[in-house]
Design a binder for this molecule. Sequence first.
Ligand SMILES: C[S@@+](CC[C@H](N)C(=O)[O-])C[C@H]1O[C@@H](n2cnc3c(N)ncnc32)[C@H](O)[C@@H]1O
Length: 237
Amino acid sequence: MEKLDELGLKGKLVLDAGTGACGMTEFLEKRGADVVSIDLNKEFMEECRNQLEKANFIRGNLSELQFIKPETFDHVMCKATVSALSENITLFVSSVFREFYRVLKDDGQLTIIDYYPFNEETSPCALDEVQVGIWRLEKAVYELLGESHLEEYPPQMIEDELKSIGFAEVEESIRRDELPWSDELLGEHEELIEEKIEEIEENYLREALTKKLRELMELAKEKKVESGAMFELRAQK
Ligand SMILES: C[S@@+](CC[C@H](N)C(=O)[O-])C[C@H]1O[C@@H](n2cnc3c(N)ncnc32)[C@H](O)[C@@H]1O
């Protein structure tokens, strides 16, 4: 994460878009930023409020930030959230980016960090089979429920979208941090996928998916699964 230190976020007002388990919120706070952290997930919000006292955690949808005035933030940080957006039709991604643009100050900056699509041909580094397996399983569960989740966006597609919205400059780089995933993170992830599997009506599907999930998570813990390659886009308003 050292590269993010270049951003000089001390004393800056930062929107952490997609709080998750609040790893990024904590990182930003430690760098002296004032953080507003937004996520749809109620449980995450409650847990994060107990963990970090200073940040302002708000439960909300990133495509509907009307409660925030235009030109509020110096920086918007969006890590591993674009690929996890709850509805992934292009229009939806676009509405999230439009909101980022609106709430950023005139000289504000957006950082998007996310996974390269899990595709051997286009990935800039070797893929971890177990991680890809977990990703595919999670995506399949949502698809069985008729929901869209875990889309794989090539950085070029995001860059084009950002420019079409009005961002002036977009810079791309490859990063590969967060190695390996911690058992705690894997455990939380397993729980979330399991909860989703429970929503599937067919008994045999629930059983087969839970079995596969357990196998993958065992492997992941044994071999210390590594994070896939991530890209970082920095866009200037
Ligand atoms: C992988 S987590 C983010 C991790 C976090 N940014 C970090 O770096 O530690 C993705 C998060 O995006 C949230 N999310 C998905 N769609 C959302 C939306 N439309 N509005 C707000 N949050 C959303 C999910 O609830 C999930 O917590």
